[in-house]
Ligand binder design. Structure first.
Ligand SMILES: NC(=O)c1ccc[n+]([C@@H]2O[C@H](COP(=O)([O-])OP(=O)(O)OC[C@H]3O[C@@H](n4cnc5c(N)ncnc54)[C@H](O)[C@@H]3O)[C@@H](O)[C@H]2O)c1
Ligand SMILES: O=C(O)C(=O)C[C@@H](O)[C@H](O)[C@H](O)COP(=O)(O)O
Ligand SMILES: [Zn+2]
Length: 377
């Protein structure tokens, strides 16, 4: 391996500023980053326990049992009292029952406020791990080790943690930023194509709301972009993380600007619930963005070319563009509990142009229905 190969190059470091009384942290993107973990857990995390350096709980999905155990062993060899907690794969981890299972494990291992949670996995795992860290003893330190492209570019960054309830997606949660995010690009090699492509939806979202160069890079070779071996994968990931880091640095608690990261999500979350979470989040966000583009167009805010570009780029990488036409009444009902709603007022993020996300409040129901007609299968 040459001295300058991506595997030996120093990691890219993107800083996220602290706000609202929280500390800032870095997102590292590169290879073999697990050596950074002890520095993030660190003695500064609260000093050594009687048993050694402190306790660490490594939360991982079933699919990454080997990785989770390897991380635990490594930390144990370095003197931490490390336990591994295995979670169900994907969205099945984001439940109150799984959170309660984790609280029990932390309680039984004597986890205190100086101890650390590490979430190793996709966005569902880091959402749950962060939520467990946010709620245990009203908040302990946590570190995100995202292993999906979606986790790296979006879920692990920004401190939104949470679980689903019977009424909908992410309805219970907390803003609880991690102490660090380690994006080891080698993890993407074992990810199935469907999961990889689903993660591209959030990268494309970052392109439409803030960094159109992302769209150019994907449009240059959409087939190649479907794989982590694409020549521009690292740049795409880095660009999307920069978009997210900049937004959450200035508005951690979503009092304004952060809402732009919800582009396409109002409908997406309703589709996910309707599908009992058998659709991947990114796939639903893809349909949600086509819907939002049509809504923007019909509301007279978005030009035809940019609206059409949504279908073109999302379709070119193989993401879905339509959903069942007969489900509109159910989806509309679910969208009413979206976190952007205010009372009875539905609110959407639409584009006033490429890279110009804005809020659309209380759209005419006829326009909403017409926009849905454009994504109906
Ligand atoms: N907190 C946020 O800001 C935020 C942002 C975006 C999305 N999210 C959430 O992220 C979740 C979606 O995340 P996702 O797309 O990463 O899906 P996921 O976490 O459900 O992971 C998909 C599947 O891949 C498996 N997996 C993970 N890493 C793997 C690897 N390296 N190799 C092989 N298999 C692997 C998982 O076990 C799972 O079965 C949703 O719940 C969504 O709401 C949160
Ligand atoms: O970080 C944010 O803010 C986002 O909205 C990013 C989204 O991609 C993500 O799916 C988030 O979990 C959605 O949040 P929610 O508040 O709508 O549940
Ligand atoms: Zn999302």
């Amino acid at each position: 391996m040459s001295e300058n190969s991506p595997q030996t190059a120093p990691p890219v470091r993107i800083s996220v500023a602290g706000s609202a009384g929280t500390e800032g942290y870095d997102v590292l993107i590169g290879h073999q980053l697990l050596g950074e973990l002890p520095g993030l857990i660190g003695p500064a995390a609260g000093g050594p326990s009687a048993a050694g350096k402190g306790r660490v709980a490594v939360l991982h999905p079933e699919a990454l049992a080997g990785t989770g155990e390897a991380v635990r062993e490594d930390l144990a060899e370095q003197g931490y009292e490390a336990i591994a907690i295995q979670l169900p794969n994907a969205e099945e981890a984001k439940t109150a029952e799984v959170a309660a299972y984790c609280w029990k494990a932390l309680g039984q291992s004597g986890f205190t406020r100086t101890d650390t949670v590490v979430g190793v996995g996709g966005g569902a795992t880091t959402d749950l791990a962060g939520f467990v860290a946010a709620t245990w003893l009203r908040g302990v330190r946590w570190i995100a080790v995202p292993t999906t492209v979606l986790g790296m570019v979006d879920a692990a960054v920004g401190g939104k943690t949470g679980i689903n309830t019977a009424e909908g997606k992410n309805l219970v949660g907390a803003f609880h930023p991690p102490a660090g995010v380690l994006c080891d690009l080698a993890a993407l090699d074992s990810l199935g194509e469907h999961d990889y492509v689903s993660g591209l939806a959030e990268i494309i979202k970052a392109g439409f709301i803030a960094d159109p160069a992302i769209l150019d890079l994907i449009e240059a070779d959409p087939q190649a972009a479907r794989s982590p071996r694409y020549a521009h994968t690292a740049e795409l990931i880095e660009r999307a993380i920069r978009v997210k880091a900049e937004v959450v640095s200035s508005d951690l608690k979503e009092s304004g600007l952060r809402e732009i990261l919800n582009y396409g999500h109002t409908l997406a979350h309703a589709i996910e619930k309707n599908e009992r979470y058998n659709w991947r989040h990114g796939a639903a966000v893809s349909v949600g963005m086509v819907f939002a583009a049509e809504l923007g167009r019909l509301a007279g805010r978005l030009d035809d070319a940019t609206a059409d570009r949504h279908r073109a780029v999302l379709g070119a990488v193989g993401l879905p563009l339509t959903y069942r036409g007969d489900q509109w009444p159910r989806l509309l009902e679910t969208m009413r509990v979206d976190k952007k709603s205010r009372g009875d007022l539905l609110r959407f993020i639409v584009l006033d142009g490429l890279g110009k996300p804005r809020v659309l409040e209380g759209p005419d129901p006829a326009i909403l229905l017409a926009a849905y007609g454009e994504v109906s299968a």
